[in-house]
Design a protein around this ligand. Structure first.
Ligand code: GLN
Length: 449
């Protein structure tokens, strides 16, 4: 704990943490030392973790990096977090992220962006940017983030670490601030596949507080990583992902190199067609903004956090609290989501997008019947300059093209570091597999890292 607290202090300028629980973490460390001496310590004894500011931890502030939750403290602990604490993990602090997890650069945070340690003039990715930098810069052993459309995987790729989005429903969402409930998943950001496997194993499983959490048995992922290391797999890559015109040429070469290595290792790697790539991003943004507009209606100035001092009556309190409390990106998405759910446009947008989601899911599943894994770049670019986002919001959203497919389909996906460009900026490769096949996914990821 001292080691990480020193690093956090020295690297404060990265702005990875919104709050550090120094005294509490040191006290917990003493407690864990006692347990270790008595042989009663849990499986995460000594693991120092950080939490993205979207996970409830009783008695601690929780803000989703938003002004609208100013002063709010959690009344309970998220199921996933409780399971980590029960195994003696030490929580060292809460980490910066995009406001309500909406973004891909950590720049929508009300607390300013986190900086990428590989080049502090660049973004860390997002929305779990603080969580990825905390692992990259050694400010904790591992972070727990959330991934709706890439928020664990893309910042992991930008920061040269590992990010896992499990199968939808594998980890309970109880105590995770909702962005788009039919997409949201909690996921670990780590330096090693072993750590990702262990954290998943402990967080996953049925939960009476989340009826959508799967009741399937949780395999001992961390014990099974070596079993499949000799396996030879059938791997596919969607040809258009490598031919995509927006793809950085160094990323293309790096992924092609990785494909070559896999072939040399005896795996079969084939190119396949997937004709739905153009529909992925629009479908994702229609459905997630629709769900977000509904989920965020609870922040009304009454029940949580910030209330405008300027209000004169009930309606103006709602309006002013929300106008002052939510940032620009969040307001934009609430408006877009409200529009696609409005009576006159519901069928044209929302119903249509639901149907397209079904097709994308089925077609992705068909490919994953044919292949053990699909591989692709995690992001079309490496970390871009702070403030250098294209001004066109569509261009920003299009950068999510590779991560949102797994989110629409609900299948697990991981980003693993596979190299760096000439400027030393990390490059991530994404690996997708069938729902609930995390054992295989993790074992294979370990063999390629
Ligand atoms: N960049 C995507 C978005 O803004 C993904 C965010 C996420 O996974 N939370 O929606």
């Amino acid at each position: 704990v001292h080691y990480y607290l020193d690093n956090i202090e020295r690297k404060k300028h990265l702005n990875a943490y919104l709050e550090v629980y120094a005294a509490e973490a040191l006290a917990k460390a003493d407690e864990v030392d006692q347990k270790l001496a008595h042989g009663t310590a849990g499986r995460l004894a000594g693991m120092v973790l950080g939490l993205k500011d979207v996970l409830a931890y009783q008695g601690h502030s929780l803000q989703s990096s938003s002004k609208i939750l100013t002063g709010f403290k959690s009344l309970f602990t998220a199921t996933a977090v409780q399971r980590l604490l029960d195994e003696d993990a030490i929580i060292i602090g809460r980490q910066n992220c995009d406001e309500f997890a909406m973004g891909a650069s950590n720049e929508t945070s009300a607390f300013g962006p986190t900086l990428n340690e590989a080049d502090p003039t660049r973004v860390p990715g997002g929305s779990s940017g603080g969580s990825a930098v905390a692992v990259q810069a050694d400010l904790c052993l591992a972070s727990i983030g959330s991934d709706t459309g890439g928020s664990v995987r893309q910042p992991a790729a930008f920061c040269g670490v590992i990010g896992l989005k499990p199968t939808y429903s594998r980890i309970s969402r109880y105590g995770l601030i909702a962005y788009a409930s039919s997409f949201d998943q909690i996921g670990p950001i780590t330096r090693s596949v072993d750590d990702a496997a262990l954290l998943l194993e402990i967080m996953a499983g049925a939960d009476d507080y989340d009826s959508t959490a799967s009741r399937r048995e949780v395999p001992a992922y961390s014990q099974l990583l070596e079993n499949e290391s000799e396996q030879k797999y059938r791997i596919g890559y969607i040809s258009d992902t490598l031919e995509n015109e927006g793809l950085d040429s160094e990323i293309r070469e790096t992924i092609q190199g990785a494909i070559q290595n896999l072939r040399e290792d005896g795996h079969t790697v084939e190119s396949v067609d997937f004709h739905y790539l153009d529909y992925i991003v629009p479908t994702y943004y229609i459905l997630t903004t629709a769900e977000a507009s509904s989920n965020l209606s609870r922040f009304d100035g009454v029940k949580y956090g910030y209330r405008s001092g300027e209000a004169t009556d009930l309606l103006s309190m709602y309006k002013k609290s929300r106008a002052e409390g939510f940032g620009h990106e969040v307001q934009k998405r609430i408006m877009l989501g409200t529009f696609v759910l409005s009576a006159d446009y519901y069928d044209a947008y929302y119903t249509k997008a639901q149907k397209v989601r079904r097709i994308i899911k089925e077609k992705t599943e068909e490919l994953l019947e044919q292949f053990d894994f699909l591989i692709m770049p995690t992001s079309p670019t490496t970390a871009f300059p702070l403030g250098g986002n294209p001004t066109d919001p569509l261009a920003i959203y299009l950068a999510d093209i590779f991560t949102v497919q797994a989110s629409l389909a609900g299948v697990p996906a991981i980003s693993v570091p596979v190299g760096a460009d000439k400027q030393g900026l990390p490059i991530g490769m994404q690996i997708l597999t069938k729902s609930f096949a995390e054992t295989k996914l993790l074992a294979f990821s370990k063999s390629v890292t």
